[in-house]
Design a protein around this ligand. Structure first.
Ligand code: FES
Length: 178
């Protein structure tokens, strides 16, 4: 298995990278960072469970224990490598667990990655200005669709991420990615 995650994006902010390395991204100051089109992870070849679940990892391919993220304040968005290596935001809830829904960091317009703006409480895509609510719903286009979501579960301090195959709770419809 190739555990390396070559970074194709030279403008990835240093803070974002360092936080991702530790598995705890607080995107508080990332609002001015530039995020270019495309993936910045090489999808790791990884086996999945029967339900398609994988263990959340850091940029080096090391599993991230839930406790490492849960020391962060409520409302923190932590960026981890999820399904197929997709960067995925996990949210620390008010009761200090991980939210059961993860948000895939891949703009539905042209695929840019984007930071979380904790002041505006939005995901803000710097490429063409799309804005998303905390649940990934489009606030302003040109993004045509809500952000893809995944299921998140914590079992014995491991973070499991699996495909979201049920009704999209935001639209009440079948997910657009199925
Ligand atoms: S890629 Fe995000 S707005 Fe265009």
């Amino acid at each position: 298995m190739n555990n390396s995650f070559p970074i194709e994006n030279p403008s990835l902010s240093r803070r974002q990278l360092l936080n991702f390395l530790t598995g705890a991204t607080v995107a508080a100051t990332a609002g001015s960072a530039l995020y270019t089109v495309g993936k910045f992870f090489i999808p790791p070849a990884e086996s999945t469970s029967a339900g398609g679940a994988i263990i959340a990892k850091d940029i080096l391919g090391n599993p991230i224990p839930a406790s490492q993220i849960l020391v962060e304040p409520q409302g923190t968005r932590a960026l981890v490598a999820g399904l197929r290596g997709e960067p995925t935001y996990l949210t620390v809830t008010q009761d200090h667990n991980l939210d059961a829904i993860g948000i895939v960091d891949n703009c539905t317009h042209l695929g840019c990655t984007f930071p979380w703006n904790p002041v505006e409480q939005q995901f803000q895509c710097p490429c063409h200005g799309s804005l998303y609510a905390p649940d990934g719903t489009v606030v302003r286009g040109p993004a045509p669709l809500p952000l893809k979501i995944v299921q998140v579960a914590v079992i014995e301090n491991s973070i499991l991420i699996s495909p979201w195959t049920e009704t999209d709770p935001r639209t009440g419809e079948k997910p657009w990615w199925l």
